[in-house]
Design a protein around this ligand. Sequence first.
Ligand code: FA5
Length: 346
Amino acid sequence: MSEQLVELDELRARFAAQFAAATSSSELEVLEREALAKGGALAAVSRGLGALGPDQRKEVGAHLHEVRTELTGMLRERREDLLRRERTARLEAERIDLTEVVGAPTVGHEHLVTRTQRELEDVFLGMGFSVVEGPEVEDDWHNFEALNFPPGHPARSSWDTFHVSLGDCDDVLLRTHTSPVQVRTMESQRPPIYVVAPGQVYRRETPDARHLAVFHQIEGLVVDRGITFGDLAGCVDTFTQAYFGEGIHARLRPGFFPFTEPSAELEVVCLFCRGEGCRTCSRTGWIELGGCGMVDPNVFAAVGIDPEEYTGFAFGFGIERFAQLRHDINDMRVMLDNDVRFLSQF
Ligand code: FA5
């Protein structure tokens, strides 16, 4: 067999194997150029035909035609196959599943505690109070000393809190109540004062059904000429009726706070048993919402207000307690669990 026939068989075998091994249509295009194009391997054999004798030229020419036809057919089949695979892969990648049901995006809303705070603010705004705010990181003077808790006062021990490494560590703390806003308000404005101050407070507390270590209070402060305990009682009564609705009964039970004298605890008739006595109210028929009292003259002295000219009352209520009572929530800790099944009910 002539040298050219052997070469053609080798070319056929090599390109057949390379066409079959190509993994993309663009790879196949390069192989097509190498095998069948003008400058390709078969064209080179064709160019050599002129140097052969007539018989041999005829024989090699016929074989060249056969090999070209064969390779062209293989190439076409392989190209169709690869293009089909590439189209399928592209369609798969770009597929949009029209049968997939995508739910509408859920829209959140205010947390129950925030909503309760706004509702309480609204009631007081309706009674002529303004809303003020104070810092959550406080100093000892505003949180304790100006409120008549001198250093070492035994009442400080029931208001343990978190101290902050800022300046003198003993002096900077997370406020234990909203009462320091009373002091800040009286330091910055003269009577008459009618304000409420809602906000977050902190205590070293083990959480239970009625207590959290981080919770909210709403403070109230009224300072004017001729304010009496009767005004405090009337204000608290009007407020509880407005928030809980008529038929709710509130009472003031004697209590103690260093910054009010006399002091009282505001209690409402247990909403779960209407005063009959149940487990929620420890069978007393009453539930404590906050403390209150007439502003102690020592507090007025600390902020430079003359107690002979002015008198006033203050109160501090727990916002989570209001929400708990109003919405029948037997364990306050669920308010911090972030469980949407609970949160979405309000
Ligand atoms: C005070 O914090 C006083 N500053 C209230 C006050 C203000 C008295 C003005 C007089 C004049 P007390 O520690 O009792 O008081 O807290 C007031 C209310 O906050 C409680 O009645 C309760 O409703 C709520 N509270 C207290 N501790 C917690 C707690 N750990 N978790 C949730 N709520 C609480």
